[in-house]
Write a new protein. Structure first.
Ligand code: FES
Ligand code: FES
Length: 215
């Protein structure tokens, strides 16, 4: 080392200086004992009061704004007929009718339907007085495990309503004409409802019977 140059520092001197600086900033055991624990940051959960008319009965719920309609029905109102399959909008098991239109209840927030009218499978019929589609699914054996069935039936109600109102589908030949009921139209309109048991042909038979069509 050239000690004549005041700006030149040996590697050893540099290491000693660094260690001393670090030690000066480290908390001591006494420091740690006197420091109060930092409380976790308080998170406020945004919540809203939501009114839903479900199967003819009005419910007022205080919900986390992030609550899906599916979870509001199943977890808050204990209407477990509506099923959670994928929770990602891919299987249709959660299909319900909102203001008469079928939707995937896992893909929408309950808050978005404040003052809306929701119909679930429990509201379509009762064991003593089945909805025609419920009766037809039983007659035609339109299910095996039954997990997809509530969504299939609610979706079929919506699909037949859309056909009746002249709403075209992806396979309608003429978008301006009243669509004609056919197995192809029905399969297209029901394509968002997956049946892992593969009861599709019987489901088509059941819905066709209610539509008054032979397949
Ligand atoms: Fe909603 Fe599958 S649970 S689409
Ligand atoms: Fe089992 Fe459709 S009846 S998934």
């Amino acid at each position: 080392m050239d000690s004549s140059d005041p700006l030149k520092v040996s590697r050893r001197e540099l290491l000693i200086a660094g260690a001393a600086a670090s030690a000066a900033t480290l908390p001591t055991a006494a420091d740690a004992a006197t420091q109060a624990p930092v409380p976790p940051r308080q998170r406020s959960v945004p919540a809203s009061r939501v009114a839903l008319e479900v199967n003819g009965t009005t419910h007022t719920l205080d919900l986390d704004n992030r609550t899906t309609l599916l979870d509001a029905l199943r977890e808050h109102l204990h209407l477990t007929g509506t099923k959670k399959g994928c929770d990602h909008g891919q299987c249709g098991a959660c299909t319900v009718l909102v203001d008469g239109v079928r939707i995937n209840s896992c893909l929408t927030l309950a808050l978005m339907h404040h003052n809306g009218k929701v119909t679930t499978i429990e509201g379509l019929g009762t064991p003593a007085r089945l909805h025609p589609l419920q009766a037809a699914f039983i007659k035609h054996d339109g299910y095996q495990c039954g997990y997809c069935t509530p969504g299939q039936i609610c979706s079929a109600v919506g699909a037949l309503d859309e056909l009746g109102r002249g709403v075209p589908s992806h396979v309608s030949a003429d978008l301006t004409a009243q669509p004609v009921f056919s197995a192809e139209e029905l399969r297209e309109r029901m394509s968002g409802n997956i049946c892992r048991c593969g009861a599709y042909s019987n489901i088509v038979d059941a819905i066709s019977e209610v539509a008054g069509v032979r397949t």
